[in-house]
Design a protein around this ligand. Structure first.
Ligand SMILES: Nc1ncnc2c1ncn2[C@@H]1O[C@H](COP(=O)(O)OP(=O)(O)OP(=O)(O)O)[C@@H](O)[C@H]1O
Ligand SMILES: [Mg+2]
Length: 577
Protein backbone atom coordinates (compact mmCIF):
# COMPACT_ATOMS: atom_id res chain seq x y z
CA UNK A 1 0.00 0.00 0.00
CA UNK A 2 1.36 3.44 -0.83
CA UNK A 3 2.30 5.75 2.03
CA UNK A 4 0.05 8.77 2.35
CA UNK A 5 -0.05 11.80 4.58
CA UNK A 6 -3.01 11.62 6.97
CA UNK A 7 -5.60 14.42 6.88
CA UNK A 8 -5.15 16.86 9.76
CA UNK A 9 -8.50 15.93 11.37
CA UNK A 10 -7.33 12.34 11.71
CA UNK A 11 -3.96 13.45 13.06
CA UNK A 12 -5.75 15.49 15.75
CA UNK A 13 -8.04 12.60 16.57
CA UNK A 14 -5.06 10.29 17.11
CA UNK A 15 -3.18 12.90 19.15
CA UNK A 16 -6.15 13.81 21.35
CA UNK A 17 -6.91 10.12 21.91
CA UNK A 18 -3.48 9.76 23.48
CA UNK A 19 -4.01 12.63 25.88
CA UNK A 20 -7.71 12.20 26.69
CA UNK A 21 -9.24 8.76 27.02
CA UNK A 22 -11.63 9.05 29.97
CA UNK A 23 -13.20 11.80 32.07
CA UNK A 24 -10.41 11.60 34.63
CA UNK A 25 -7.80 12.59 32.03
CA UNK A 26 -9.72 15.82 31.37
CA UNK A 27 -9.86 16.48 35.10
CA UNK A 28 -6.15 15.87 35.42
CA UNK A 29 -5.29 18.29 32.61
CA UNK A 30 -7.61 21.05 33.82
CA UNK A 31 -6.44 20.78 37.43
CA UNK A 32 -2.82 20.85 36.30
CA UNK A 33 -3.49 24.01 34.31
CA UNK A 34 -5.10 25.66 37.33
CA UNK A 35 -2.15 24.68 39.53
CA UNK A 36 0.33 25.97 36.94
CA UNK A 37 -1.65 29.25 36.88
CA UNK A 38 -0.77 29.65 40.58
CA UNK A 39 -4.33 29.42 41.82
CA UNK A 40 -4.85 29.41 45.58
CA UNK A 41 -8.37 27.99 45.24
CA UNK A 42 -9.74 25.46 42.76
CA UNK A 43 -13.39 24.43 42.43
CA UNK A 44 -14.49 21.45 40.39
CA UNK A 45 -18.04 20.50 39.50
CA UNK A 46 -19.25 17.33 37.76
CA UNK A 47 -22.45 15.83 36.43
CA UNK A 48 -22.93 12.22 35.58
CA UNK A 49 -19.42 11.06 36.47
CA UNK A 50 -18.00 13.79 34.20
CA UNK A 51 -19.57 12.35 31.06
CA UNK A 52 -22.08 15.16 30.59
CA UNK A 53 -20.33 18.01 32.44
CA UNK A 54 -16.94 18.86 33.96
CA UNK A 55 -16.05 22.32 35.15
CA UNK A 56 -12.83 23.52 36.75
CA UNK A 57 -12.64 27.08 38.05
CA UNK A 58 -9.57 28.71 39.52
CA UNK A 59 -8.44 32.08 40.87
CA UNK A 60 -5.07 31.94 39.12
CA UNK A 61 -3.46 34.34 36.66
CA UNK A 62 -6.23 34.08 34.04
CA UNK A 63 -5.87 34.78 30.31
CA UNK A 64 -6.58 37.72 28.03
CA UNK A 65 -8.74 37.16 24.91
CA UNK A 66 -5.79 36.60 22.54
CA UNK A 67 -4.31 34.00 24.87
CA UNK A 68 -7.61 32.15 25.18
CA UNK A 69 -7.73 31.88 21.41
CA UNK A 70 -4.12 30.69 21.23
CA UNK A 71 -4.49 28.24 24.13
CA UNK A 72 -6.68 25.84 22.13
CA UNK A 73 -4.33 25.69 19.17
CA UNK A 74 -1.95 22.73 18.96
CA UNK A 75 1.53 23.10 20.44
CA UNK A 76 0.93 26.50 22.03
CA UNK A 77 2.15 26.91 25.57
CA UNK A 78 3.34 29.66 27.88
CA UNK A 79 5.27 27.18 29.99
CA UNK A 80 8.35 26.25 28.01
CA UNK A 81 10.67 29.20 28.24
CA UNK A 82 13.75 27.48 26.76
CA UNK A 83 13.71 25.43 23.56
CA UNK A 84 14.49 22.21 25.37
CA UNK A 85 12.71 19.88 27.76
CA UNK A 86 15.21 20.19 30.58
CA UNK A 87 14.37 21.80 33.86
CA UNK A 88 10.59 21.92 33.40
CA UNK A 89 9.08 23.54 36.48
CA UNK A 90 5.42 23.26 35.53
CA UNK A 91 3.01 20.34 35.23
CA UNK A 92 2.17 21.22 31.62
CA UNK A 93 4.69 21.76 28.84
CA UNK A 94 3.32 20.27 25.60
CA UNK A 95 0.56 22.74 24.72
CA UNK A 96 -1.65 19.78 23.86
CA UNK A 97 -4.25 19.47 26.62
CA UNK A 98 -6.78 22.18 25.73
CA UNK A 99 -6.78 21.43 21.96
CA UNK A 100 -7.26 17.74 22.75
CA UNK A 101 -10.13 18.44 25.13
CA UNK A 102 -11.82 20.82 22.72
CA UNK A 103 -11.46 18.19 19.98
CA UNK A 104 -13.36 15.54 21.93
CA UNK A 105 -16.05 17.71 23.57
CA UNK A 106 -17.87 21.04 23.56
CA UNK A 107 -15.61 23.31 25.57
CA UNK A 108 -15.95 26.88 26.78
CA UNK A 109 -13.48 29.08 28.63
CA UNK A 110 -14.31 32.10 30.75
CA UNK A 111 -11.21 33.92 31.84
CA UNK A 112 -9.93 37.29 33.00
CA UNK A 113 -6.36 38.35 33.57
CA UNK A 114 -5.57 40.85 36.27
CA UNK A 115 -4.64 43.66 33.82
CA UNK A 116 -8.07 43.63 32.15
CA UNK A 117 -11.21 45.23 33.53
CA UNK A 118 -13.49 42.44 32.40
CA UNK A 119 -13.08 38.91 31.18
CA UNK A 120 -14.24 36.91 28.16
CA UNK A 121 -16.51 33.96 27.65
CA UNK A 122 -15.44 31.94 24.61
CA UNK A 123 -17.31 28.96 23.18
CA UNK A 124 -15.27 26.58 20.99
CA UNK A 125 -16.46 24.31 18.26
CA UNK A 126 -13.98 22.04 16.51
CA UNK A 127 -11.02 23.82 18.06
CA UNK A 128 -11.98 27.25 16.77
CA UNK A 129 -14.00 30.03 18.33
CA UNK A 130 -17.75 29.60 17.72
CA UNK A 131 -18.78 32.65 19.73
CA UNK A 132 -17.40 35.00 22.36
CA UNK A 133 -18.66 37.76 24.60
CA UNK A 134 -17.40 39.93 27.45
CA UNK A 135 -18.01 38.57 30.93
CA UNK A 136 -18.03 40.22 34.31
CA UNK A 137 -15.90 37.93 36.42
CA UNK A 138 -13.01 37.90 38.86
CA UNK A 139 -9.43 37.15 37.82
CA UNK A 140 -8.96 33.50 37.01
CA UNK A 141 -10.16 30.86 34.60
CA UNK A 142 -13.25 28.70 34.34
CA UNK A 143 -13.18 25.83 31.83
CA UNK A 144 -16.43 23.97 31.13
CA UNK A 145 -16.55 20.72 29.21
CA UNK A 146 -19.82 19.25 27.93
CA UNK A 147 -20.82 16.22 25.86
CA UNK A 148 -17.61 14.30 26.11
CA UNK A 149 -16.79 12.15 23.04
CA UNK A 150 -19.95 13.27 21.19
CA UNK A 151 -18.01 13.10 17.91
CA UNK A 152 -16.54 9.65 18.56
CA UNK A 153 -19.41 7.38 19.66
CA UNK A 154 -17.02 4.44 19.71
CA UNK A 155 -15.04 5.97 22.51
CA UNK A 156 -18.25 6.89 24.32
CA UNK A 157 -19.20 3.22 24.32
CA UNK A 158 -16.04 2.40 26.25
CA UNK A 159 -16.99 4.63 29.17
CA UNK A 160 -18.11 2.67 32.21
CA UNK A 161 -20.85 3.60 34.70
CA UNK A 162 -20.84 7.20 36.02
CA UNK A 163 -19.91 5.82 39.49
CA UNK A 164 -16.89 4.01 38.05
CA UNK A 165 -15.72 7.05 36.09
CA UNK A 166 -16.28 9.20 39.17
CA UNK A 167 -13.97 6.98 41.23
CA UNK A 168 -11.22 7.55 38.64
CA UNK A 169 -11.79 11.30 38.85
CA UNK A 170 -11.80 11.24 42.64
CA UNK A 171 -8.52 9.39 42.70
CA UNK A 172 -6.91 11.84 40.27
CA UNK A 173 -8.29 14.80 42.23
CA UNK A 174 -7.08 13.46 45.58
CA UNK A 175 -3.61 12.72 44.28
CA UNK A 176 -3.13 16.29 43.11
CA UNK A 177 -4.52 17.75 46.34
CA UNK A 178 -1.82 15.86 48.25
CA UNK A 179 0.95 17.43 46.21
CA UNK A 180 -0.40 20.99 46.63
CA UNK A 181 -1.55 21.41 50.24
CA UNK A 182 -1.38 25.21 50.12
CA UNK A 183 -4.18 25.27 47.53
CA UNK A 184 -7.84 25.00 48.69
CA UNK A 185 -9.79 22.40 46.70
CA UNK A 186 -13.52 21.87 46.40
CA UNK A 187 -15.21 19.02 44.54
CA UNK A 188 -18.93 18.86 43.86
CA UNK A 189 -20.55 15.91 42.11
CA UNK A 190 -24.21 15.96 41.05
CA UNK A 191 -24.79 18.93 43.38
CA UNK A 192 -23.24 17.24 46.40
CA UNK A 193 -20.04 18.52 48.00
CA UNK A 194 -17.64 15.60 48.11
CA UNK A 195 -14.42 17.33 49.11
CA UNK A 196 -13.80 20.68 50.71
CA UNK A 197 -10.15 21.06 51.64
CA UNK A 198 -8.94 24.37 53.02
CA UNK A 199 -5.32 25.37 52.48
CA UNK A 200 -3.35 23.26 54.95
CA UNK A 201 0.09 22.14 56.03
CA UNK A 202 1.58 19.15 54.24
CA UNK A 203 0.93 16.85 57.23
CA UNK A 204 -2.69 17.96 57.61
CA UNK A 205 -3.46 17.58 53.90
CA UNK A 206 -2.09 14.03 53.94
CA UNK A 207 -4.34 13.29 56.91
CA UNK A 208 -7.28 14.95 55.06
CA UNK A 209 -6.80 12.66 52.08
CA UNK A 210 -5.52 9.42 53.57
CA UNK A 211 -7.23 9.61 56.95
CA UNK A 212 -6.19 10.20 60.56
CA UNK A 213 -5.55 6.47 61.06
CA UNK A 214 -2.87 6.58 58.35
CA UNK A 215 -1.26 9.61 59.96
CA UNK A 216 -1.20 7.89 63.36
CA UNK A 217 0.26 4.73 61.91
CA UNK A 218 2.87 6.10 59.58
CA UNK A 219 6.40 7.37 59.78
CA UNK A 220 7.41 10.73 58.43
CA UNK A 221 10.32 11.02 56.04
CA UNK A 222 12.24 14.17 55.24
CA UNK A 223 15.66 13.40 53.81
CA UNK A 224 18.18 14.78 51.39
CA UNK A 225 20.78 12.48 49.81
CA UNK A 226 22.93 13.88 47.02
CA UNK A 227 20.61 15.60 44.58
CA UNK A 228 17.58 13.66 45.82
CA UNK A 229 15.07 15.07 48.30
CA UNK A 230 12.47 12.68 49.64
CA UNK A 231 9.59 13.61 51.86
CA UNK A 232 6.36 11.95 52.82
CA UNK A 233 4.79 9.30 54.99
CA UNK A 234 5.06 5.52 54.92
CA UNK A 235 2.82 3.21 56.90
CA UNK A 236 4.03 0.94 59.65
CA UNK A 237 4.37 -2.60 58.32
CA UNK A 238 1.42 -3.65 60.48
CA UNK A 239 -0.85 -1.01 58.91
CA UNK A 240 -1.43 -2.32 55.41
CA UNK A 241 -3.90 -2.65 52.53
CA UNK A 242 -4.89 -5.54 50.33
CA UNK A 243 -3.71 -3.76 47.14
CA UNK A 244 -0.85 -1.48 46.16
CA UNK A 245 -3.38 1.17 45.06
CA UNK A 246 -2.72 3.22 48.16
CA UNK A 247 0.89 3.95 47.28
CA UNK A 248 1.00 7.50 46.01
CA UNK A 249 4.21 8.51 44.30
CA UNK A 250 5.17 11.97 43.11
CA UNK A 251 8.17 13.29 41.27
CA UNK A 252 8.63 17.06 41.31
CA UNK A 253 4.98 17.55 42.33
CA UNK A 254 3.73 15.29 39.54
CA UNK A 255 1.75 12.13 40.39
CA UNK A 256 3.45 9.22 38.67
CA UNK A 257 3.55 5.45 38.38
CA UNK A 258 7.03 4.04 38.37
CA UNK A 259 8.14 0.42 38.48
CA UNK A 260 11.57 1.32 39.75
CA UNK A 261 10.19 3.16 42.79
CA UNK A 262 7.60 0.43 43.41
CA UNK A 263 10.37 -2.12 43.42
CA UNK A 264 12.43 0.00 45.87
CA UNK A 265 9.40 0.04 48.19
CA UNK A 266 8.91 -3.70 47.84
CA UNK A 267 12.53 -4.38 48.73
CA UNK A 268 12.47 -1.94 51.67
CA UNK A 269 9.46 -3.69 53.23
CA UNK A 270 10.76 -7.17 52.44
CA UNK A 271 10.31 -9.50 55.38
CA UNK A 272 7.99 -7.13 57.23
CA UNK A 273 4.62 -7.68 55.62
CA UNK A 274 1.90 -10.19 55.96
CA UNK A 275 1.37 -12.19 52.75
CA UNK A 276 -0.40 -10.22 50.00
CA UNK A 277 -0.53 -7.05 52.10
CA UNK A 278 0.84 -3.72 50.87
CA UNK A 279 2.00 -0.68 52.79
CA UNK A 280 0.22 2.62 52.31
CA UNK A 281 2.39 5.59 51.51
CA UNK A 282 2.65 9.04 50.01
CA UNK A 283 6.17 9.80 48.83
CA UNK A 284 7.32 13.00 47.19
CA UNK A 285 10.60 12.90 45.37
CA UNK A 286 12.27 16.13 44.29
CA UNK A 287 15.02 15.78 41.77
CA UNK A 288 16.72 18.38 39.53
CA UNK A 289 15.35 18.52 35.98
CA UNK A 290 18.56 17.33 34.37
CA UNK A 291 18.30 13.97 36.20
CA UNK A 292 14.76 13.09 35.19
CA UNK A 293 12.93 12.83 31.88
CA UNK A 294 9.22 13.56 32.19
CA UNK A 295 8.47 13.40 28.49
CA UNK A 296 8.11 9.66 28.02
CA UNK A 297 4.37 9.10 28.39
CA UNK A 298 1.54 10.86 26.52
CA UNK A 299 -0.30 11.41 29.78
CA UNK A 300 2.85 12.41 31.67
CA UNK A 301 2.24 9.59 34.17
CA UNK A 302 5.68 8.11 33.87
CA UNK A 303 9.20 9.40 34.24
CA UNK A 304 12.65 8.03 33.53
CA UNK A 305 15.60 8.65 35.83
CA UNK A 306 19.03 9.33 34.42
CA UNK A 307 20.71 7.44 37.26
CA UNK A 308 18.02 4.86 37.90
CA UNK A 309 20.09 2.58 40.13
CA UNK A 310 21.18 5.45 42.36
CA UNK A 311 17.61 6.67 42.73
CA UNK A 312 16.32 3.21 43.53
CA UNK A 313 19.07 2.44 46.05
CA UNK A 314 18.68 5.80 47.73
CA UNK A 315 14.91 5.47 48.13
CA UNK A 316 15.23 1.89 49.32
CA UNK A 317 17.86 2.86 51.90
CA UNK A 318 15.91 5.82 53.24
CA UNK A 319 12.78 3.68 53.60
CA UNK A 320 14.70 0.83 55.23
CA UNK A 321 16.39 3.14 57.70
CA UNK A 322 13.07 4.74 58.56
CA UNK A 323 11.47 1.35 59.07
CA UNK A 324 14.31 0.20 61.29
CA UNK A 325 13.25 2.93 63.66
CA UNK A 326 10.00 1.01 64.11
CA UNK A 327 11.81 -1.46 66.30
CA UNK A 328 9.27 -0.80 69.04
CA UNK A 329 6.42 0.52 66.95
CA UNK A 330 3.27 -1.36 66.14
CA UNK A 331 0.07 -0.13 64.64
CA UNK A 332 -2.14 1.74 67.11
CA UNK A 333 -5.29 0.83 65.29
CA UNK A 334 -6.44 -2.64 66.06
CA UNK A 335 -9.42 -2.41 63.83
CA UNK A 336 -10.58 -4.81 61.20
CA UNK A 337 -7.27 -4.78 59.44
CA UNK A 338 -5.07 -6.05 62.22
CA UNK A 339 -7.62 -8.61 63.30
CA UNK A 340 -8.03 -9.91 59.78
CA UNK A 341 -4.26 -10.30 59.68
CA UNK A 342 -4.46 -12.42 62.82
CA UNK A 343 -7.12 -14.58 61.28
CA UNK A 344 -5.38 -15.37 58.06
CA UNK A 345 -2.17 -16.81 59.47
CA UNK A 346 -2.44 -20.09 57.56
CA UNK A 347 0.88 -21.81 57.15
CA UNK A 348 -0.41 -25.18 56.01
CA UNK A 349 1.14 -26.50 52.84
CA UNK A 350 4.62 -25.22 53.66
CA UNK A 351 7.22 -27.98 53.72
CA UNK A 352 8.90 -28.07 57.10
CA UNK A 353 12.68 -27.77 57.25
CA UNK A 354 14.54 -29.66 59.91
CA UNK A 355 18.13 -28.88 58.97
CA UNK A 356 19.16 -27.45 62.28
CA UNK A 357 16.94 -27.32 65.25
CA UNK A 358 17.12 -23.68 66.20
CA UNK A 359 14.49 -24.18 68.81
CA UNK A 360 16.77 -26.66 70.58
CA UNK A 361 19.58 -24.20 70.22
CA UNK A 362 17.48 -21.48 71.81
CA UNK A 363 16.80 -23.80 74.72
CA UNK A 364 20.47 -24.79 74.98
CA UNK A 365 21.64 -21.20 74.95
CA UNK A 366 19.30 -20.43 77.82
CA UNK A 367 20.07 -23.52 79.82
CA UNK A 368 21.51 -21.71 82.77
CA UNK A 369 18.20 -19.90 83.22
CA UNK A 370 15.97 -22.92 83.00
CA UNK A 371 14.71 -23.07 86.52
CA UNK A 372 11.25 -23.92 87.59
CA UNK A 373 11.75 -22.05 90.79
CA UNK A 374 10.18 -18.89 89.41
CA UNK A 375 11.97 -16.00 91.02
CA UNK A 376 14.08 -13.35 89.34
CA UNK A 377 16.91 -11.59 91.08
CA UNK A 378 17.11 -8.74 88.57
CA UNK A 379 14.38 -6.32 87.65
CA UNK A 380 13.77 -5.82 83.95
CA UNK A 381 11.01 -3.27 84.39
CA UNK A 382 13.05 -0.45 82.89
CA UNK A 383 13.74 -2.47 79.71
CA UNK A 384 11.81 -1.49 76.54
CA UNK A 385 9.58 -4.57 76.73
CA UNK A 386 9.51 -4.69 80.51
CA UNK A 387 9.61 -7.68 82.84
CA UNK A 388 7.75 -10.84 81.95
CA UNK A 389 5.43 -11.81 84.76
CA UNK A 390 3.80 -14.81 83.16
CA UNK A 391 2.09 -16.40 80.20
CA UNK A 392 -1.57 -16.66 79.35
CA UNK A 393 -2.93 -19.58 77.32
CA UNK A 394 0.74 -20.63 77.16
CA UNK A 395 0.90 -18.35 74.12
CA UNK A 396 0.98 -14.70 75.18
CA UNK A 397 3.55 -13.21 77.48
CA UNK A 398 2.35 -10.59 79.92
CA UNK A 399 5.06 -8.16 80.81
CA UNK A 400 5.20 -5.12 83.04
CA UNK A 401 7.19 -1.98 82.26
CA UNK A 402 7.57 1.26 84.21
CA UNK A 403 4.85 3.13 82.33
CA UNK A 404 3.26 0.46 80.12
CA UNK A 405 2.33 -3.15 80.15
CA UNK A 406 2.73 -5.50 77.20
CA UNK A 407 1.08 -8.55 75.70
CA UNK A 408 3.54 -10.37 73.47
CA UNK A 409 2.80 -13.16 71.02
CA UNK A 410 5.65 -15.54 71.81
CA UNK A 411 5.57 -17.34 68.46
CA UNK A 412 5.49 -14.17 66.36
CA UNK A 413 8.25 -12.62 68.43
CA UNK A 414 10.54 -15.61 68.27
CA UNK A 415 9.87 -15.95 64.56
CA UNK A 416 11.20 -12.43 64.00
CA UNK A 417 14.32 -13.18 66.04
CA UNK A 418 15.09 -16.29 64.02
CA UNK A 419 14.29 -14.65 60.71
CA UNK A 420 16.80 -11.87 61.37
CA UNK A 421 19.35 -14.46 62.53
CA UNK A 422 19.00 -16.58 59.38
CA UNK A 423 19.14 -13.52 57.16
CA UNK A 424 22.28 -12.36 58.90
CA UNK A 425 24.00 -15.72 58.43
CA UNK A 426 23.05 -15.63 54.75
CA UNK A 427 24.77 -12.30 54.37
CA UNK A 428 28.11 -13.72 55.47
CA UNK A 429 28.48 -17.04 53.73
CA UNK A 430 25.70 -17.19 51.22
CA UNK A 431 23.34 -20.07 50.63
CA UNK A 432 24.47 -23.64 50.40
CA UNK A 433 24.77 -24.95 46.85
CA UNK A 434 23.61 -28.37 45.65
CA UNK A 435 25.99 -29.31 42.82
CA UNK A 436 24.29 -30.48 39.65
CA UNK A 437 25.81 -33.63 38.29
CA UNK A 438 25.92 -33.48 35.30
CA UNK A 439 25.61 -29.69 34.95
CA UNK A 440 22.77 -28.28 32.87
CA UNK A 441 23.80 -26.64 29.62
CA UNK A 442 21.76 -23.86 28.07
CA UNK A 443 22.42 -22.77 24.55
CA UNK A 444 22.73 -19.01 24.19
CA UNK A 445 19.62 -17.83 22.51
CA UNK A 446 19.70 -14.05 21.89
CA UNK A 447 15.93 -13.92 22.41
CA UNK A 448 16.22 -15.32 25.93
CA UNK A 449 18.79 -12.71 26.96
CA UNK A 450 20.66 -15.05 29.33
CA UNK A 451 23.70 -12.85 28.70
CA UNK A 452 22.42 -10.31 31.28
CA UNK A 453 23.16 -12.90 33.99
CA UNK A 454 26.86 -12.61 33.29
CA UNK A 455 27.15 -9.33 35.16
CA UNK A 456 25.49 -10.80 38.25
CA UNK A 457 27.46 -14.02 38.43
CA UNK A 458 28.89 -13.23 41.89
CA UNK A 459 25.54 -12.24 43.45
CA UNK A 460 23.86 -15.29 42.00
CA UNK A 461 26.46 -17.51 43.58
CA UNK A 462 25.76 -15.96 46.97
CA UNK A 463 22.17 -17.07 46.56
CA UNK A 464 23.32 -20.56 45.70
CA UNK A 465 23.14 -20.42 41.92
CA UNK A 466 26.42 -21.48 40.39
CA UNK A 467 26.66 -20.54 36.71
CA UNK A 468 29.73 -21.19 34.63
CA UNK A 469 30.22 -18.80 31.71
CA UNK A 470 33.37 -20.49 30.37
CA UNK A 471 31.75 -21.38 27.06
CA UNK A 472 30.18 -17.96 26.63
CA UNK A 473 28.88 -16.94 24.09
CA UNK A 474 27.89 -20.48 22.98
CA UNK A 475 26.63 -22.01 26.22
CA UNK A 476 26.02 -21.21 29.81
CA UNK A 477 26.38 -24.05 32.27
CA UNK A 478 24.44 -24.22 35.53
CA UNK A 479 26.61 -26.23 37.90
CA UNK A 480 24.72 -25.78 41.15
CA UNK A 481 21.40 -24.57 42.54
CA UNK A 482 20.39 -23.32 46.00
CA UNK A 483 20.01 -26.31 48.29
CA UNK A 484 16.95 -24.97 50.06
CA UNK A 485 15.03 -24.53 46.83
CA UNK A 486 14.81 -28.32 46.41
CA UNK A 487 13.74 -29.47 42.95
CA UNK A 488 13.13 -26.55 40.64
CA UNK A 489 12.76 -25.82 36.96
CA UNK A 490 16.15 -24.20 36.39
CA UNK A 491 15.33 -22.77 32.97
CA UNK A 492 12.25 -20.97 34.21
CA UNK A 493 14.22 -19.66 37.20
CA UNK A 494 16.84 -18.29 34.76
CA UNK A 495 14.14 -16.68 32.61
CA UNK A 496 12.51 -15.11 35.68
CA UNK A 497 15.87 -13.77 36.76
CA UNK A 498 16.61 -12.30 33.35
CA UNK A 499 13.21 -10.61 33.37
CA UNK A 500 13.78 -9.20 36.86
CA UNK A 501 17.25 -7.93 36.01
CA UNK A 502 16.06 -6.24 32.82
CA UNK A 503 13.14 -4.64 34.63
CA UNK A 504 14.65 -3.73 37.98
CA UNK A 505 18.36 -4.04 37.50
CA UNK A 506 18.86 -6.71 40.13
CA UNK A 507 18.08 -10.37 40.69
CA UNK A 508 15.13 -9.57 42.89
CA UNK A 509 13.13 -12.71 42.37
CA UNK A 510 15.87 -14.88 43.77
CA UNK A 511 16.01 -12.49 46.66
CA UNK A 512 12.30 -12.98 47.19
CA UNK A 513 12.64 -16.75 47.02
CA UNK A 514 15.22 -16.47 49.74
CA UNK A 515 13.01 -14.21 51.83
CA UNK A 516 10.21 -16.73 51.48
CA UNK A 517 12.56 -19.49 52.55
CA UNK A 518 13.88 -17.58 55.54
CA UNK A 519 10.27 -16.99 56.59
CA UNK A 520 9.37 -20.62 56.23
CA UNK A 521 12.38 -21.71 58.16
CA UNK A 522 11.94 -19.29 61.02
CA UNK A 523 8.23 -19.99 61.28
CA UNK A 524 8.77 -23.68 61.63
CA UNK A 525 11.68 -23.46 63.99
CA UNK A 526 10.28 -20.93 66.40
CA UNK A 527 8.55 -21.48 69.69
CA UNK A 528 4.91 -22.30 69.08
CA UNK A 529 1.92 -20.84 70.75
CA UNK A 530 0.75 -23.23 73.47
CA UNK A 531 4.25 -23.97 74.72
CA UNK A 532 4.87 -23.49 78.40
CA UNK A 533 7.98 -21.41 79.14
CA UNK A 534 9.65 -20.54 82.42
CA UNK A 535 9.82 -16.95 83.65
CA UNK A 536 13.53 -16.87 82.88
CA UNK A 537 12.88 -18.10 79.35
CA UNK A 538 10.18 -15.49 78.87
CA UNK A 539 12.48 -12.70 79.99
CA UNK A 540 15.31 -14.00 77.87
CA UNK A 541 12.98 -13.99 74.86
CA UNK A 542 11.97 -10.38 75.53
CA UNK A 543 15.59 -9.27 75.76
CA UNK A 544 16.33 -10.95 72.43
CA UNK A 545 13.38 -9.24 70.76
CA UNK A 546 14.62 -5.90 71.97
CA UNK A 547 17.88 -6.59 70.18
CA UNK A 548 16.57 -7.30 66.69
CA UNK A 549 15.39 -5.03 63.95
CA UNK A 550 11.72 -4.66 63.02
CA UNK A 551 10.63 -6.44 66.18
CA UNK A 552 7.23 -4.72 66.11
CA UNK A 553 5.99 -7.35 63.72
CA UNK A 554 6.83 -10.88 62.73
CA UNK A 555 8.12 -11.49 59.21
CA UNK A 556 4.56 -12.07 58.03
CA UNK A 557 3.58 -8.60 59.18
CA UNK A 558 1.55 -9.62 62.22
CA UNK A 559 2.22 -7.51 65.29
CA UNK A 560 4.44 -9.20 67.84
CA UNK A 561 3.11 -7.26 70.77
CA UNK A 562 0.53 -4.77 72.00
CA UNK A 563 1.08 -2.28 74.74
CA UNK A 564 -1.17 -0.27 76.99
CA UNK A 565 -0.01 2.68 79.06
CA UNK A 566 -0.52 2.51 82.79
CA UNK A 567 -2.32 5.83 82.68
CA UNK A 568 -4.72 4.54 80.01
CA UNK A 569 -5.42 1.58 82.22
CA UNK A 570 -6.15 4.00 85.04
CA UNK A 571 -8.45 5.93 82.74
CA UNK A 572 -10.34 2.78 81.78
CA UNK A 573 -10.90 1.93 85.46
CA UNK A 574 -11.52 5.61 86.30
CA UNK A 575 -8.81 5.57 88.97
CA UNK A 576 -7.59 9.05 88.10
CA UNK A 577 -10.85 10.92 88.65
N1 LIG B 1 -6.38 27.64 34.05
C1 LIG B 1 -5.55 28.36 33.32
N2 LIG B 1 -5.14 29.58 33.75
C2 LIG B 1 -4.28 30.34 33.02
N3 LIG B 1 -3.78 29.95 31.83
C3 LIG B 1 -4.15 28.75 31.34
C4 LIG B 1 -5.06 27.92 32.04
N4 LIG B 1 -5.24 26.79 31.32
C5 LIG B 1 -4.48 26.93 30.21
N5 LIG B 1 -3.82 28.08 30.22
C6 LIG B 1 -2.90 28.57 29.19
O1 LIG B 1 -3.14 27.84 28.02
C7 LIG B 1 -1.95 27.21 27.55
C8 LIG B 1 -2.31 25.90 26.91
O2 LIG B 1 -2.81 24.99 27.87
P1 LIG B 1 -2.62 23.43 27.66
O3 LIG B 1 -3.09 22.72 28.83
O4 LIG B 1 -3.22 23.08 26.35
O5 LIG B 1 -1.06 23.27 27.48
P2 LIG B 1 0.08 23.29 28.59
O6 LIG B 1 -0.50 23.29 29.93
O7 LIG B 1 0.99 24.40 28.25
O8 LIG B 1 0.81 21.89 28.29
P3 LIG B 1 0.19 20.42 28.46
O9 LIG B 1 -0.37 20.02 27.15
O10 LIG B 1 1.37 19.58 28.85
O11 LIG B 1 -0.86 20.51 29.49
C9 LIG B 1 -1.09 27.08 28.79
O12 LIG B 1 0.29 27.03 28.46
C10 LIG B 1 -1.44 28.35 29.56
O13 LIG B 1 -0.72 29.45 29.11
MG1 LIG C 1 -1.90 21.89 30.51
Amino acid sequence: MPIRILPSQLIYQIASGEVIDRPYSIVKELLENAIDAQASSIWMMLHNGGESYISVKDNGTGMCLEDIELAVKHHTTSKLTADNLENIQTLGFRGEALPSISFVSRMSITSKCKEDEWGWFVQFEDQSIASFKPSICTTGTHVEVRDLFYKTPNRLKFLKTPEWEFQGILNTFKRLTMAYPSIAFNLNNDKKTIINFLAASFEDRIADVLGEAFKDNSLMIEERRGYIRLKGFISLPSFTQSTANFQYLFVNGRPINNKLLSSAIRVAYEGLLFRNRYPMLALFLDIPGEYVDINIHPKKYEVRFKEAEFVKETIKNILKETLTKTRFAVSTSFGEETFSSFDSGDFSGIVPFSKKNLREEFRRKNKGHLSLNESLDISYRQYPLGQAIGQIYNTYIISEGEEKFFIIDQHAAHERILYEEIKESLKGRGLKITPLNPPLNFKFDPAKRFDVLLKYQKELKLFGLNINFKDYPQFLRVEGIPEILGEINVESLLSDLVEEIIEFGEPLRLNEHVHQLCSTLSCHLSIRGGEKLSLQELNKLLREIEGVNYSGQCNHGRPTYLSLRKRDLEKIFRRNT
